[in-house]
Design a protein around this ligand. Sequence first.
Ligand code: ATP
Ligand code: MG
Length: 570
Amino acid sequence: MSEQDQEKAAKRAQWEEINRAKALAKQQQKDAAAAVATGGAVRPAETKKQFQAVKGTRDLLPPDTSLWNHVERTAHEVFGTFGFGEIRVPVLEPTDLFARAVGGDTDIVSKEMYTFEDHDFAHLERLRAQILGLEFDLVEAGNFGMFLTYIEKFTDGLRRGMEKKAIPLTLGNILAQKDLDDYLSRFENVTKGRPNETILRAPNFDADFTFVQQALSRVKFGEVISLRPEATASVCRAYIEHNLNQQPQPVKLYYTGPMFRRERPQKGRYRQFYQIGAEVLGGNEAPAIDAEVIEMVMTFFDKLELPGLELNINSIGHNAPDCRPKYVELLRTELHKVKDQLGPDSQRRIETNPLRVLDSKLESEQAIIATLPHIADHLCDACNTDYADVKNQLQLRGVIYHENWRLVRGLDYYMRTTFEITAKGLGSQNAVCGGGRYDGLVELLGGPQTKGIGFAIGEDRLILSLQDAGKVPAQRGRDIYIAWMGEHAYPEAVRIAKFLRTAGFSVELPPTEQKFGKALERAARLDSRYALILGDNEVSEGMFTLKTLADGSQEKFTGPDLLEFLKGHQ
Ligand code: ATP
Ligand code: MG
């Protein structure tokens, strides 16, 4: 290229660049206008927007989903043989349910829940945000008047909402309404009938503004609800709500489904993940129940051939002065002696929840923790006997376990048996199941005194472990690909497809005519076992040609003979 040409090309490139930028600016203007018109519902699309699954969530696709189905089918089967029935609980629950059941100061509740207020008052919520975020200079003429107008508008909306009972008549809402009304009535004679520009800022505005802010923040437009981070709380809620204590006890229920926790995503840890769990509610606390629940999970895992299973068990006693609390005090005293050698998290937990120190995964703390007293040596007589019985009952069932004195649960209503199951191929996220006894939970949620024990399996991890071990069921391609050719063949092809599908075969019927070679190619790509060839010849003879794709052999059949042959060669 000559120098001149080069220069020309450079100019042209520059020119194109400018044009692109202009076009982009124009598009952005358009998008912004559209966004304003739709209240922000449309996002500016500089380039064609590619949507992606939300962080920590993922799509499960074939063929993986067939493994998921296999796992869930096995759960239905195995749990059914133990007399468990399936419960399906909502994904949304009142936030308070989890705050109570999981514990307000756990990570799950304090920072990992997806929570929102469920209501029809978006306009009032926006107005509130506007008032709370006011940044204009209130000394400036007119602004203070406007501020009062906003509050008046808000209190009007709030009053009307509460009158219609669309906004809950909670004490917090009623008091907030009263505070805002009181505030406004102080300025009634200042504002009445006067244009905003003439209203001056109140002298002690800053203190007043704080007062108004607090009143506004107290208003709840609707129920605060969360995506469930686990399902035990929901099952207990359902047990209470439907008076399941009237049924023969204990009630044995299991569930499967997605859970949501806003954690840092990594292998085996997602924000939407799936659990398979079971709960036994009511009846007595016989150790045989604990052992049978554990036997059931282990049977399920064995049936799936989950590799490298290890069952860890422990007893954490119960919440009576001569049992766990006594041990916790002893533990606290011992921890104080070694406090300097512990990290900040454990140091804090000495005060808040000493049991949780035992949970620590910090390498530097392991040697110290190993010297701490074991809870098993400090259980009350009843819990001691119970623990021994659970172990006997496990032996009776041939369930192999390891005792792990460091396996604990942080909440008061957990008691006696706790267990955790780990599997292979999962790195540090190797717990596939956690469970335990929680006799106080139903009562804590407002129900009758009820015994309870249950577990939750992490299905995502279970699947990862099965995949890692190559325990994936063989993939099934199509049974039959119908290679039809000619307009007479098509109605016949539709009929035979229906006939074979009714008989339970997986059939691919191409929607448009294909050349013979192309049809066979597609049949092979779909991993079909047979191609059913249906051309004008076959139609006029009332026959079907069946080609076995593995060896290329071919045979002609009538409809009934075809079915018989296929059934005999499954
Ligand atoms: P971990 O210590 O692994 O965080 P956890 O104590 O939070 O587990 P549980 O609340 O007892 O777990 O839930 C039971 C099971 O659910 C866990 O053993 C695990 O297999 C699975 N699980 C928990 N959180 C997640 C997640 N974010 N992603 C995938 N699986 C999870
Ligand atoms: Mg966790």
